[in-house]
Design a protein around this ligand. Structure first.
Ligand code: PBG
Ligand code: ZN
Length: 324
């Protein structure tokens, strides 16, 4: 039976009806705000390619997180910009490293805010790769050892969750074992499980000054053409002990989120990455699109595809729209 018996417009007639039959919703509970932290005091250094985002010193980061917490956003994820970068990314593992300091300050000031730490070497290495270089290649197993030490140092500083973003093989298992033997059996791992070698990370690399000095990340991050392989990556990370799995980027990979949702009964996170964010900001600045509407529609589409959690630089803007 079809038209004129079937009239889908009947249920679109009023906002009340539309509310009643709405299938997907976006909540402040879904949001995780990425933040950059750098050395110094009283610094809020604007990131040119990411309007409204800053490299914060620890003291100013605490102030920013007070606002984030007051908006009802449950979690932040921290990226560190060290004083000095070196071949092994040693500041990333130091007890007094920038993320470790920031985590301690945040857990002290805002114990309820969930502090997630990004675990990767690229922000700390002078060559900008996500692992140790041997023979002009990223050496997998020695990198996993360093990542495991980094994760433990974050947990010791009070991190509520660690999020490895390097894409080395076996790193979730390595981190899980290291956390467990250090007594952090209850620290969850959110793995960047299906992370693609994407041009959408451009503004982030500008923010963290982490573009690779030679070559690219295609020998460890995934080929954008591969959906089946993404499922295999997720499966492996779950087998190694991941608690939450992430798909990254989000908008150009909604099919991956959808497929992961269908196959795996674990929380799925999606990273609405820097390039996705900055494109909206730039077009809105030109007056070509409606900023808030495009933002909300984009994030809703990520939820609709099946994500439970969204890492997004729009977290504060979204929380404001949701509460207005
Ligand atoms: C580091 C890392 C990157 C992002 C998150 N963690 C950059 C990269 O892999 O080059 C990208 C985030 C974004 O673009 O917003 N491994
Ligand atoms: Zn990295």
């Amino acid at each position: 039976m079809s038209f004129p018996i079937q009239r889908p417009r009947r249920l679109r007639a009023t906002e009340t009806l539309r509310r009643m039959v709405r299938e997907t919703s976006l909540s402040v509970d879904d949001l995780i705000m990425p933040l950059f932290v750098r050395p110094g005091t009283d610094v809020a250094e604007p990131i040119g390619s990411m309007p409204g985002n800053f490299r914060w010193s620890v003291d100013r980061l605490v102030g920013e997180c007070r606002e984030i917490h007051a908006l009802g956003i449950p979690a932040v994820i921290l990226f560190g910009i060290p004083e000095h970068k070196d071949a092994t990314g040693s500041e990333g593992i130091a007890e007094d490293g920038i993320v470790q300091k920031a985590t301690r300050a945040l857990k002290n000031a805002l114990p309820e805010l969930c502090v997630i730490t990004d675990v990767c070497l690229c922000e700390y290495t002078d060559h900008g790769h996500c692992g140790l270089i041997q023979d002009r290649d990223v050496a997998n197993d020695p990198t996993v050892e360093l990542l495991a030490r980094m994760a433990v140092s974050h947990a010791q500083a009070g991190a509520d969750m660690v999020a490895p973003s390097d894409m080395m093989d076996g790193r979730v298992g390595g981190i899980r074992r290291a956390l467990d033997s250090a007594g952090f059996v209850n620290t969850p791992i959110m793995s960047y499980a299906a992370k693609f070698a994407s041009a959408y990370y451009g503004p982030f690399r500008d923010a963290a000054d982490s573009a690779p000095a030679f070559g690219d990340r295609r020998s460890y991050q995934m080929d954008p053409a591969n959906a089946r392989e993404a499922m295999r990556e997720i499966e492996l990370d779950l087998a190694e002990g991941a608690d939450i799995v992430m798909v990254k980027p989000a908008l150009a990979y909604l099919d991956i989120i959808r497929e992961a949702r269908a196959r795996f009964d674990v929380p799925i996170a999606a990273y609405n990455v820097s390039g996705e964010f900055s494109m909206v900001k730039a077009a809105a600045e030109k007056g070509w699109i409606d900023h808030d509407r495009v933002m909300m529609e984009s994030l809703l589409s990520i939820k609709r595809a099946g994500a439970d959690l969204i890492l997004t630089y729009f977290a504060k803007d979204t929380a404001r729209v949701l509460s207005s």
